[in-house]
Design a protein around this ligand. Structure first.
Ligand code: ADP
Length: 293
């Protein structure tokens, strides 16, 4: 759950300031991507955990109302994961993330394994512990299920070779790509990451996205030119839609064009998961707006 306070300027240590407004926004990369994938047409089963508290109940309800299967979402005896966000009038922010219940997702249940085994694709993020992510990637690999990883947040320690070795498609944004590869240029970062995963999509905000695969020329898919009012969930909308198209067997560049239509729709509206478009809207907009690359 994102807890967002708007202030004129953020408090310094020892200082108390009056905030102008406070909102709670359902969040979490996994939850946002699950909703984006569902809206774009996938049947999504989410594995994760919320706490035994009001935030947990609210998040579970919001996911279920969006059509996400939450039977694999556990309720842990710790508080729900929260992000405490202070946004100042210059648009700067300071964030404290408390993993809470997310920290309990360290292993798979037998039911989780069955869910993975019958999926077309497994979509992973790093807001839950690496051990759990690794177990899920191993299960997908064992059952021949394709695996997509959003490497966010980038951990302080390097990502284990075993995990990257189990990933089919890595989808970092440009900052994550730079942090993982040590290369600031997205083309160079993608090339370096190809030594560890077979296919990479680097998202570049309003500049679009870049696809690189072993033994192929890189492909750039432009973003759709729109007037953005809130880019909060652009990346999660993109990844959710990308994963839907990828699971349906479209090529990665085709999936990127479709995902860029989805995220261009989302950035034109305020909100995170509430701004995510559905499949009909994406398809109409993609047919109308997205140039064949
Ligand atoms: P993240 O939110 O993870 O940093 P990006 O900012 O790279 O992700 O955005 C993901 C995708 O969303 C981009 O590849 C692009 O297709 C789309 N997008 C982001 N910002 C805009 C924008 N201002 N206008 C149109 N499309 C955008």
């Amino acid at each position: 759950m994102d807890l967002v306070a708007q202030v004129a300027s953020a408090p310094r240590r020892g200082e108390t300031v009056a905030g102008r407004s406070f909102t709670t926004v359902p969040g979490g990369k996994g939850a946002n991507q699950a909703i984006a994938a569902t809206r774009s047409g996938s049947a999504v089963s989410m594995i994760g955990a919320v706490g035994d508290d009001a935030f947990g109940a609210g998040l579970r309800e919001a996911l279920a109302a969006s059509g996400v299967d939450v039977t694999g979402l556990r309720t842990a005896a710790t508080p729900t994961g929260t992000a405490h966000i202070v946004v100042d009038d210059e648009g700067g922010n300071a964030i404290v993330v408390v993993p809470g219940a997310n920290a309990t997702v360290t292993a798979l249940t037998e039911d989780d394994e069955r869910r993975i085994a019958r999926a077309q694709a497994l979509l992973l993020q790093l807001e839950t512990p690496l051990e759990g992510v690794l177990s899920a990637a191993r299960a997908a690999h064992a059952h021949g299920v394709r695996t997509v990883l959003t490497p966010a947040p980038v951990p302080v320690e390097p990502l284990p070779d075993e995990l990257l070795g189990l990933i089919d498609l890595l989808v970092p944004n440009e900052h994550e790509a730079a942090a993982l590869s040590g290369k600031a240029d997205p083309h160079e970062a993608a090339a370096a990451l190809l030594e560890r995963v077979p296919e990479v999509v680097v998202t570049l905000g309003a500049a679009g996205s870049l696809y690189a695969a072993r033994g192929a020329e890189p492909v750039t898919v432009p973003a759709v030119r729109v007037r953005a009012v809130d880019t909060t969930a652009a990346g999660d909308t993109f990844v959710g839609a990308l994963c839907t198209a990828y699971a349906e067997g479209r090529t990665v560049p085709e999936a990127m064009a479709w995902a860029s239509a989805a995220s261009a729709l989302a950035v034109q509206r305020p909100g995170a998961s509430s701004s995510m478009p559905d499949r009909t809207e994406i398809t109409q907009f993609a047919t109308k707006e997205v140039p064949a690359s």
